[in-house]
Design a protein around this ligand. Sequence first.
Ligand SMILES: Nc1ncnc2c1ncn2[C@@H]1O[C@H](COP(=O)(O)OP(=O)(O)O)[C@@H](O)[C@H]1O
Ligand SMILES: CC(=O)N[C@@H](CCC(=O)OP(=O)(O)O)C(=O)O
Length: 282
Amino acid sequence: MTLPKFRKEDVLVEALPYIQEFESKTFVIKYGGAVMEEENLKQMVAQDVTLLRKIGINIIVVHGGGKEITSLSNKLNLKTNFVNGQRYTDDDTIGVVQMVLAGQINKDIVRRINMHGGRAVGVSGIDGNLLGVKKYEKEDLGLVGEIENVNDRFLANLMKDGYLPVIAPVGVDGNGAVYNVNADIAACHIAGAVTSSKLVFMTDVEGIKDGERLMTHLTRSEAQKMIEKGIINGGMIPKVESAFRALDAGVKKVHIIDGRIPHALLLEIFTKEGVGTEIVDE
Ligand SMILES: Nc1ncnc2c1ncn2[C@@H]1O[C@H](COP(=O)(O)OP(=O)(O)O)[C@@H](O)[C@H]1O
Ligand SMILES: CC(=O)N[C@@H](CCC(=O)OP(=O)(O)O)C(=O)O
């Protein structure tokens, strides 16, 4: 296969209108899946978010780490149990969740971004009462939390001072108890609270597919029909439902992109074609 030849100056010029459009806007990026495992991809994401921040876009990173939590739980002989896509979180497991998300993964992402001069600050939902939660009510998931409020002023202050918040999805309730929160759901609540222009889910599929066909653009009603027909299922459901919630809260576009593509974030944001699927209101 011969790749098309790009002239560097054309690539930069194509990016210019997007740079103008997005200056001072806020983007929330949910980072998870394979992108969090591969060394090269981790470095590229750190470069991409730093570049976006440096050209004046306010970036907030929300990260997952489900696989890493399961792996440490296994080493500690703790059982893993998922109920409808969420981890049943008992007293021992919440310790592991906090250690892995707010400790190891959060600091690893912060360190990488800062190696590129990105001014990242790692916080969990406990810091500054960023994610106020109550116990999840629809079913008993132990210490899984449902977000009731987001301290958006705390985030706004960090960004005003030029910092790039990197958020671990654990929350705290009114009594100071710590809860586990699904990272997709945390990202959508945060995007809504800061009226983000874009919410980008980086995952390890090409985007939303109908059979073999990648759907590059979907309206809410088209996506809803794909859920009803079972074309969208499994781990994609919480992402798409989070996308709907974010659109309700005023987010303009939600993107589901393939984090396995090198520099997928830059391609999505600065090229006409983009990568993956965008979901809009109508
Ligand atoms: N229509 C669809 N298009 C693409 N992926 C889909 C679709 N329906 C279900 N999926 C599944 O959703 C998964 C992505 O969700 P998940 O594994 O939870 O991602 P992450 O770990 O990045 O949060 C894909 O691996 C795929 O198996
Ligand atoms: C309640 C719940 O399920 N929380 C998730 C939090 C991490 C997460 O969401 O990580 P990914 O984005 O990598 O899946 C968990 O414990 O796995």
